[in-house]
Design a protein around this ligand. Structure first.
Ligand code: GTP
Ligand code: MG
Length: 198
């Protein structure tokens, strides 16, 4: 699949105010600064569609984008684990995201982004375990693969798989990407297309 058209629709803090849930929806989530907005810009071929920043905590709301002519929604979610955020704003984030993930009935798959430069992070494992417990379908996207050697990427992904196998019977699909090198785009879009057509 190629994205021919992508446009920003609406930002929300409340899932009940999200657009009508009549087409498939795919959400992107992960630690603050992991590269969610950059990945979305790569997938859509529009450099400034989702706002990116070198400082963590840029995306604060549930952001809906409409892909092609009412084909599917892409959602940019605010990152978790931003150390500098206040306790109050962390709680607010948790409530907003959990409500969205638990109640959005057209959410076909969540893409959980992890930084390929790092060994498995407890916060990511905890979040994936929560998704698993709630039976929310997800897959994993390794980001920033241009920043380290492919050997390190491989090592980190293998340890992530090992860590996940402690709680999951099967490891979800893992995509390796680089927004910088425009790598992994076709694999993710083809995956979405296959689900949309099934
Ligand atoms: P929040 O909205 O704050 O949670 O961040 P985010 O996950 O949306 O991250 P964002 O896309 O804003 O990227 C964070 C920083 O990482 C920016 O400086 C990006 O330029 C950089 N970055 C993102 N993806 C890549 C990548 O694939 N390669 C490299 N080298 N840098 C990247
Ligand atoms: Mg962002």
């Amino acid at each position: 699949m190629q994205i021919k058209k992508a446009s920003f629709l609406i930002s929300n803090s409340d899932y009940t105010k999200c657009p009508e849930s009549n087409i498939p929806e795919y959400a992107f989530i992960g630690r603050s600064n992991v590269g969610k907005s950059s990945l979305i810009n790569m997938l859509t071929n529009i450099n400034d569609l989702a706002k990116t920043s070198s400082k963590p905590g840029k995306t604060q709301l549930i952001n809906h984008f409409l892909i092609n002519e009412k084909e599917w929604y892409l959602v940019d979610l605010p990152g978790y684990g931003y150390a500098q955020a206040s306790k109050e704003s962390k709680e607010k984030w948790k409530k907003m995201i959990e409500q969205y993930l638990l109640n959005r009935e057209n959410l076909y798959c969540v893409f959980v982004l992890v930084d390929t430069r790092l060994s498995p992070q407890i916060i990511d494992i905890k979040f994936m375990t929560w998704l698993g417990e709630k039976q929310i379908p997800f897959c994993i996207v390794g980001t920033k693969a241009d920043k380290v050697s492919s050997l390190i990427v491989k090592k980190n992904i293998v340890s992530l798989e090992k860590e996940l196998l402690k709680t999951f019977t099967l490891v979800p699909q893992i995509f390796i990407t680089s927004a910088e090198k425009r790598m992994g785009k076709d694999q993710i879009l083809d995956f979405i297309d296959t689900i949309n057509k099934s």
